[in-house]
Ligand binder design. Structure first.
Ligand SMILES: Cc1ncc(COP(=O)(O)O)c(C=O)c1O
Length: 1004
């Protein structure tokens, strides 16, 4: 009824005809008008006196911006037939103002997922641009009194009675802070601002990957106020529902500052203003709730605002201020330049700090992620051993103080206290902010400068500071602090907060392992430009993501000592490594990820990059029992230290490793040939088949991969039919990939149909008067997309091959050594036993050792007089490693773990399929799983699969894709993969699957 009336008004005043869709609006009636399904307008009917009064102002503002031709879209008013932008009309007999604006094409911020830093930067930048272009715009209406104007926010105080005591705890600090800073705030530059960049007013492009800001709509709340308030409003909405709102706000601030420069004073108000904007929203919500108690929506919509206020309140305001400064390109601390200057002009001797030490020179100790000195986690967490090594180093360098560590990313901080939740998943604090001086316990530590004690206490606990002192110093008008950690608590017990300490006086003695967090004795020395309101602690390590901020707050202590050795040691960056690799390493080597990872350390199911970023590895089935498993490493190191030679001498390791393998295999498979890689194992297996049968013809599966040697490429259709491949050799015979999900024959009972293909192939070989040598296949075809073989296929196929005189080779390079969970070997899933088994990747847990195991009969026939000699294969080091890997599988019950965690994961992934229908198939056994992504029309979704893997990397989870159509996600993590790691993987998948690029229905 109403819309008919509006349509006729539009025809009368604008000559526009089309169809109307009602839109949400607080005071105005809003409609989308579409003409011929294409051109769109927004029709606004204002009946509320308040909005009517503002219409002329909005009109002037939009016309002003139109003239400025700013980048991005600004809503355009459409002229009516009288040549004006507004028309007084009567709707339902009531006076109203009709306006028409051009539709800004796109979607709303509130409908965009994910919102990443680039988009937040774009928001800030666009808003800054608008603010910049409104600097010279004036209008009397903008000066009206307005509850949403942050500068008038104290009206909320009249409504504090609406809040509970707990709510008040969050609200009042912001009101108090606002009042405290009101004087300087009032002096901040003012201009007319948009004032309402909320998630329903920000229009984002339709691009589902890296969308851009199109524009900001709805100028109804524009007013004259402190210019910074606009940014505060945008931040408030732009960081809602984030894990770390401060981190989320920084790109918005940065983008804004690039377009409209903020002063350092303005920045100092931002934290409180964001809090205050939330307080206004929540007060409004509380008032509405009281007047409309029946409206449950009000309750739901205020929830995220309360959650944000709670998080915001917990953030230290100074820390936020320094972060904003850094985002704007200022030094995070205003005194940094002054401190650096003073540091340059004043040099301190280590003799002042440690007067008992004759030595002054330092020797750099590398404790960074890539340091070989610290060895693996088991080694560096063995603090007795760590201390022993430090002492040896001290003995070897009697004239030097072992020291270092400023801005060093370290893997040492493994307790959960160091983990934090970022907007992109868990990250850990690992960058060291001070310098460590490794000296014996009881070494006296003295004051470098006059100071006043601001903290002196015993910070008890594992990997804590122990005895801990912070001194405050004043140089001219500049205050800074020096921090001393790992002191003997007794030696500092006499210090009280406020005590003056003269230069050269004793601060305390270095603690020992027992009284300083179980660290080997050392001094952690750090400079602080601000205490950030800490009174009993101060962080000594921070995240890599915030390294630049903290480097400004905790400057390099070497500014005082100026020692060459103490200078931070630069490690090779990606930029250092790439050019050489590109030029001098094989041109067909590939690199994963657009931004390649430089991985320098592994532990369990984690890989760690040079900056200390930890990635959960769901891909690497080579690190079978966990990256750098300590007992496997030790087995290799110990044997390597004693002997490594070839198999022409007797050595018990060879027998031991062979026995360990044979013990896991069915009876009959009992002769082992050690080689160095999966390719070599398959090459040898093929040669055995040729020698034993006298034949040359080999049957293999489509999309199979068996290695990189000439012979194995010849049976790998994944390679010879792939890019750069030479096509199928004439003695290779392919059967269709036995894929019951999307292969030639589909469904449960297709094993015999695929086996028929083997029969047909044998018949064709025989027709050509040729002799079958063998049949090679993986029990679950990995490169083919983690495809398990259909029931009964392998039994029937083996029978046919054997009947034709061929040998059956099971390629267990990917699937073997317990990964299947229920069985130790993949072929056992199907109740068969091959003639030859090839083992590769997992056997050495990353060390190149592989094996071919066959029957006595095959071995006898293969031994035709030609010696099998392999320089490295079967050497005592590799054998020690292989034995220990198998031993760890047994000792740590990793096959059982693969079964339990794998079944859990498969079940949970199947449950995920219900919510995300693009996950068309979940398949696999144990910890060898594939997820196939297809559209509703069953078309492969390669881009979506790659998107998923890339976004998971952003969340700190490594995944890989495979399959002939590149649409299968592979999960084959180290076998130590735990339930909680599976949960993290599932959580990440669920989060990414909800993102727009994946959740928009795929109807290809
Ligand atoms: C099933 C299968 N067989 C053989 C190989 C070759 O092993 P390697 O790379 O150790 O030579 C691979 C390697 O990925 C494989 O996946």
């Amino acid at each position: 009824m109403e819309s008919n009336e509006i349509l006729s008004l539009l025809a009368e005043h604008y000559k526009l005809k089309g169809s109307l869709i009602p839109l949400a609006g607080e005071l105005d009636l809003n409609y989308k008008l579409t003409i011929d399904n294409e051109t769109a307008f927004i029709v606004k009917i204002s009946r509320d006196p308040e909005t009517i009064a503002s219409i002329a102002f909005q009109e002037a503002l939009l016309c002003h911006l139109k003239e400025k031709e700013i980048e991005g879209e600004v809503p355009q008013l459409i002229q009516n037939l009288s040549g004006t932008y507004q028309k007084e009309v009567f709707l339902n007999g009531k006076k109203a103002i009709l306006r028409v604006l051009q539709w800004v094409e796109g979607r709303l911020w509130s409908q965009t997922n994910p919102i990443l830093s680039d988009l937040r930067y774009g928001l800030g930048n666009h808003l800054g641009n608008i603010a910049q272009n409104l600097q010279d715009f004036k209008h009397p209406f903008a000066q009206r009194s307005f509850e949403w104007n942050l500068s008038e926010c104290l009206w909320v105080e009249q409504h504090l009675g609406l809040f509970t005591a707990t709510e008040l705890e969050l609200v009042t600090p912001f009101i108090t802070a606002f009042k405290t800073h009101q004087k300087t705030y009032n002096q901040l530059p003012k201009s007319i601002i948009h004032n309402d960049a909320n998630d329903h007013n920000i229009v984002v492009s339709q691009a589902l990957i890296q969308p851009k800001i199109i524009g900001i709509i709805d100028y109804g709340d524009a007013c004259y106020s402190q210019t910074i308030n606009d940014l505060a409003v945008a931040c408030t909405y732009g960081i809602m529902d984030t894990e770390d709102p401060l981190a989320a706000s920084l790109p918005i601030v940065k983008g804004y500052h690039q377009a409209n420069e903020l002063s350092e004073t303005a920045i100092s108000h931002l934290y409180h203003l964001i809090g205050m904007r939330l307080v206004i929203s929540l007060t409004k919500a509380a008032i509405n709730k009281k007047s409309h108690p029946e409206n449950k929506y009000l309750l739901v919509s205020e929830k995220p605002a309360w959650a944000l206020l709670h998080k915001w309140w917990k953030i230290n305001s100074k820390r936020a201020y320094y972060s904003f400064r850094k985002a704007c390109g200022f030094k995070a601390h205003p005194n940094l330049a002054k401190f650096e200057q003073w540091g340059k002009a004043n040099t301190f001797s280590l003799k002042t700090l440690f007067p008992s030490q004759k030595k002054q020179d330092t020797l750099h100790l590398d404790l960074s992620v890539s340091s070989l000195w610290i060895e693996n986690e088991a080694a560096f967490n063995d603090l007795t051993y760590f201390q022993y090594k430090i002492e040896r180093l001290q003995e070897a360098n009697p004239h030097k103080i072992i020291a270092g560590g400023y801005l060093e990313p370290r893997p040492l901080y493994t307790s959960e206290d160091y983990d934090i939740q970022s907007n992109e998943g868990p990250i850990s604090r690992c960058v060291h902010l001070g310098v460590d001086f490794w000296l014996p316990s009881k070494t006296p530590v003295h004051a470098l400068l006059d100071g006043r004690v601001v903290m002196a206490l015993d910070r008890k606990g594992e990997k804590e500071y122990g005895g801990f002192v912070v001194l405050e110093h004043q140089i001219d008008a500049m205050h800074f602090y020096t921090l001393y950690g790992h002191l003997d608590p007794e030696s500092i017990a006499a210090h009280k907060v406020g005590d003056a300490l003269k230069k050269d006086s004793l601060i305390g003695l270095l603690g020992n392992k027992e009284n300083n967090g179980n660290w080997a004795p050392h001094l952690h020395f750090q400079i602080l430009l601000d205490l950030l309101d800490y009174t009993e602690d101060f962080p000594g390590v921070q995240t890599y993501q915030e390294q630049d901020l903290w480097a400004d707050l905790c400057p390099d202590p070497n500014l005082l000592f100026k020692s060459e050795e103490l200078k931070p040691k630069l490690k090779p960056t990606t930029e250092d490594i790439m050019p050489f690799r590109k030029k001098h390493l094989g041109k067909s080597l590939s690199i994963q990820y657009q931004e390649p990872l430089q991985v320098v350390r592994g532990h369990g199911a984690y890989l760690i990059d040079q900056n200390g970023q930890k990635y959960l590895d769901t891909v690497n089935n080579v690190a079978h029992v966990g990256h750098e498993h300590p007992s496997v490493v030790k087995a290799g190191q110990q044997q390597m230290a004693v002997l490594n030679t070839n198999t022409r001498y007797l050595h018990p390791n060879l027998n031991k490793a062979a026995k360990a393998i044979i013990d896991t295999l069915p009876k009959g498979l009992e002769v082992v040939h050690f080689v160095n890689s999966g390719s070599e194992a398959n090459e040898l297996a093929l040669r055995m088949a040729y020698t034993v049968t006298g034949g040359k013809e080999v049957i293999a599966s489509e999309h199979g991969y068996h290695g990189n040697t000439n012979g194995t490429i010849g049976v790998s259709s994944y390679k010879f039919n792939g890019k750069g491949g030479q096509g199928k050799p004439k003695d290779t015979h392919l059967i269709p990939m036995p894929d019951a999900f999307r292969g030639k024959y589909r469904g449960e009972n297709t094993g015999s149909l695929y086996a028929q293909e083997v029969h047909k192939t044998i018949a064709s070989i025989h027709e050509q008067q040729k002799t079958l040598a063998g049949f090679i296949i993986e029990p679950i075809i990995s490169c083919g997309g983690q495809v398990p073989l259909p029931n009964n296929f392998l039994a029937l196929a083996y029978k046919a091959v054997r009947a034709a005189g061929g040998l059956c080779i099971s390629d267990e390079v990917q699937t073997g050594c317990g990964r299947m969970g229920t069985h130790f070997w993949g072929f056992e899933l199907y109740g068969v036993s091959p003639d030859i088994v090839t083992i590769g990747k997992p056997l050495g847990n990353g060390h190149p050792v592989a094996a071919v195991v066959c029957t006595q009969e095959v071995a006898q026939k293969f031994a035709n007089g030609m010696e099998f000699f392999n320089t490295f294969g079967g050497n005592p080091v590799s054998c020690a490693i292989a034995s220990e890997t198998l031993n760890v599988v047994k000792k740590e019950k990793l096959q059982e773990n693969a079964n339990q965690v794998g079944s859990y994961l498969i079940q949970a992934l199947k449950a995920l399929q219900k919510d995300f229908p693009i996950l068309k198939d979940v398949r696999g056994h144990g910890l060898f799983i594939g997820i196939e992504l297809l559209s509703d029309q069953q078309n492969p979704l390669a881009l979506e699969t790659s998107y998923l893997a890339n976004r998971m990397k952003d969340l700190g989870i490594l995944m890989s894709t495979d399959g002939p159509d590149h649409n299968v996600l592979k999960i084959k993590p180290p076998m130590v993969f735990s339930f909680s790691q599976a949960d993290r993987l599932l959580h990440g998948l669920r989060r990414v699957l909800k993102e727009d690029f994946l959740s928009v229905p795929k109807t290809l």
